[in-house]
Design a protein around this ligand. Sequence first.
Ligand SMILES: [Zn+2]
Length: 418
Amino acid sequence: MTGRVPALRRGTNLARIAGFNEAVIIDAIRRSKGGLSRVELTELTSLSAQTISNICRRMIEAGLIVEGERVVTGVGKPRTLLSLNPAGQYAVGVHLDPLVMTFVVLDFTGSVVAHSQQPTPTAASPDEVMDDVRETLEDLIASTGIDDAAIAGIGFASPGPIDTQAGVILDPPHLPGWRNVPLRDHLRETTDLPVLLDKDVIAAAVGERWAGATMGYANSVFVYLSTGVGVGITIDDTVVRGFSSNAGDIGHLVVDPDGPLCECGLHGCMGASLSPAAFVAAAVDAGVLPASTLRAGSDPARLDKAFDRLVGRADAGDVAALEVIRMSAVRLAKAVDTLANLVDTEVVAFGGPTWTRLSGHYLRLVPDMVAGHLVRGALGPLRVRGTALGEDVVAIGAACLVLDRAFSPHAASFALSG
Ligand SMILES: [Zn+2]
């Protein structure tokens, strides 16, 4: 068993809040949307009526669940529906992105109750950024009036590579200056709250499973399209973290041998082909944007503006701009083919700033492009969908990591919690 335990489980300082049976009940109620009666819980969980009754009483006393209306369903006594108390627990999520930092507070049902966003300072040292993060968190939590005791913890999502066991951000390629930053311990000491550090795409995949586009699917792939690309893979109801908890680095998968040159020396890597810089270069080649646009170089903010101009032209029906988008969809579909065939997934969901811009085009183009290449094609089409959590998917996912860790009935975390 020990060899299969993900590093996160060993490196975490976040204690489980619910016992296994409590977590099973919370999970069933959370998935039910409208609430469940004790009788329905007994049927769903196979726990005895007495056990359900005892656990529910304790959780009502603890403020985690609440009794709602009494409903009559056929013969017998009216049943009282139990639902999660939104104020029962809260979790904080932070997404560190090369361009912006996003902060959210989620209630126990996964709804966002507070949100803030600010540019990631480019010139500041990691120490200064972490001080900024702490101040923003304090202000945000204070603005909600939530007592610290009701906050289960802070989930922090960073680009990889990271060392989840040590809680250290190693040296993400798009975060110059961030090298061996002991983020988790620093934040824990300065905020006095439990902190989990995880990779951005893994946080996003957990968030979509908790409250988003892949909820209810045992096998799913989440593709994050931003300055870089990454995937969060779920197999048999478990988000795959891998040996070092850095799974999902798909940036160097070649999706077009004639595509743009990547820093790794190959042509047409997925990351290099779907970066904002690649879109802008293709738009200049196609005459959609003037050659002077390339003076933006690698400056992310200026590239972003140029990318927006390309999307604006495509949205307005410009044929050349639409062709640039179509070519990028071919490359994206190639990556989706490979992923879907490799892990035999039911659904692929997309998110990230590039997806936000292009979702209308990609939802129209990608499903048909993928259809012909699926090995299991006869079993029905692959479901292709956009994030249900919007632009804040990674920050929300980071907070969901905390709720997932504290309240989900995962065998691996229980094996270690004792
Ligand atoms: Zn490459």
